[in-house]
Ligand binder design. Sequence first.
Ligand code: ADP
Ligand code: MG
Length: 250
Amino acid sequence: MTEERATEDGAAVVAAVEAVAERLEDERDHLTQLDSAIGDADHGGNMARGWAEAADAARDLDDPDAETVAKTVGKTLMAEVGGASGPLFGGSLVFAAGELDGGITPETAVAFAETYLEKVEDRGDARVGDQTMVDALTPAVHTFKKSVEVDDLDPIEALTKAVDAAERGVAFTVPIRARKGRASYLGWRSVGHQDPGATSTLFILEELLAVAADRLGVDAPETDAASPTIPDDDPDGAADDGSAAAPEES
Ligand code: ADP
Ligand code: MG
């Protein structure tokens, strides 16, 4: 990897972190509301504050490469965010950052995503169906890997599918019972609530997609954000009803 390329990738990660910080600030109240229903109402503040600090730390780096930015963000999240989510988001990021030492390619992005998921699972001991961030992350990572490695999709298409998968993962948290984290103390009363950490994970992925599309100079495709169920793919006439079509104007 050339030095120029390394700096370019690093700048892309800084831009992504800034976009995530802005989005999580916008979603602060929304995430707080979700966490007040089944937790202690701090997830909005945790994420907004942690990512704002992370964006500051990333901006302060001098021409960093992607790995350095990711590691710095992870360390900042670990230091700034307490509770369950700081070590889960931050610690896993520090660990997965090493996968980006060769810069950002579809292959390193897949390795990064897989390692990140593994670390979240290790640290939190949660699996799909426990009503946690793992419910959004797992389908997103699996879909991303398959889209890149099996379907040979371009990075933006692969990331779009991953975001769709995360979206459905978030919807999946609603009708199930929490088995991990604070919400699990509620037992059956956790059923019917959307998991805050799965939701913030989705927001982060949406911003990664937007920034990646922007950096690659392609229009960010419409994600199937409104659908809580697996969309009915019609191989002949996809998007006939216009639901998946890009809007005519912005
Ligand atoms: P806390 O639960 O300590 O108040 P936050 O409110 O910031 O921390 O984060 C709560 C989110 O963390 C939950 O919505 C869930 O997605 C995630 N979470 C909690 N415990 C675990 C775990 N053991 N494994 C994975 N994710 C978890
Ligand atoms: Mg909380």
